[in-house]
Design a protein around this ligand. Structure first.
Ligand SMILES: CCCCCCCCCCCCCC(=O)SCCNC(=O)CCNC(=O)[C@H](O)C(C)(C)COP(=O)(O)OP(=O)(O)OC[C@H]1O[C@@H](n2cnc3c(N)ncnc32)[C@H](O)[C@@H]1OP(=O)(O)O
Length: 132
């Protein structure tokens, strides 16, 4: 879907354009694809925050039809952190008009959480522990 992201202070911004593979209703992006982008790209925000974490809860308000082949802006940021709980926001918009708005609760986890999948992690993942 051609997602391009960049870091802007504490915020992560990017552009995304959905194509026919992401179609739900005719000409309109499937809501699950939108939720996937909003959730998955929060991962880059975790890198900015320096905190390994996983989604515990994700809620999406769909505010307007998301049209295929239309460039959208995606922005995400940390709203509040209370101990392990990261309250994150992610917005998708077209020309400044909201398309979808997500609120997510991420929980900071030990790096060992990601070892459960049996894949080898990058060497510097071992350094993430102190941010918990
Ligand atoms: C350098 C940094 C790099 C970063 C790289 C990024 C890595 C890439 C990541 C990409 C990611 C991409 C995104 C993805 O795809 S992440 C993949 C999808 N998510 C998961 O797989 C997570 C699966 N769930 C779990 O593993 C566990 O349930 C977790 C770890 C989340 C919590 O189990 P844990 O045993 O640890 O915690 P706890 O149960 O004692 O609860 C603790 C507190 O939290 C509260 N609570 C719990 N759940 C909920 C809920 N649903 N709503 C509201 N509250 C909830 C709970 O009440 C309690 O509160 P309190 O009583 O203390 O007040």
């Amino acid at each position: 879907m051609g997602l391009r992201l960049h870091v802007d202070g504490d915020c992560v911004r990017g552009n995304v354009t959905f194509d026919d593979r992401h179609e739900g209703a005719p000409g309109i992006v499937h809501g699950g694809a939108i939720a996937t982008v909003l959730d998955d790209t929060l991962g880059l925000l975790l890198v900015v925050l320096g905190t390994p974490a996983v989604t515990a809860n994700l809620s999406v308000d769909y505010r307007a039809p998301a049209l295929l082949q239309t460039e959208m802006i995606v922005e995400r940021w940390l709203e509040q952190r209370v101990d392990r709980k990261l309250h994150l926001r992610a917005d998708l918009s077209i020309d400044g008009q909201p398309v979808a708005q997500a609120r997510a609760l991420f929980l900071a986890v030990e790096v060992a959480h990601f070892e459960k999948g049996g894949r080898t992690l990058l060497p510097n993942w071992a350094d993430w522990g102190p941010s918990l």
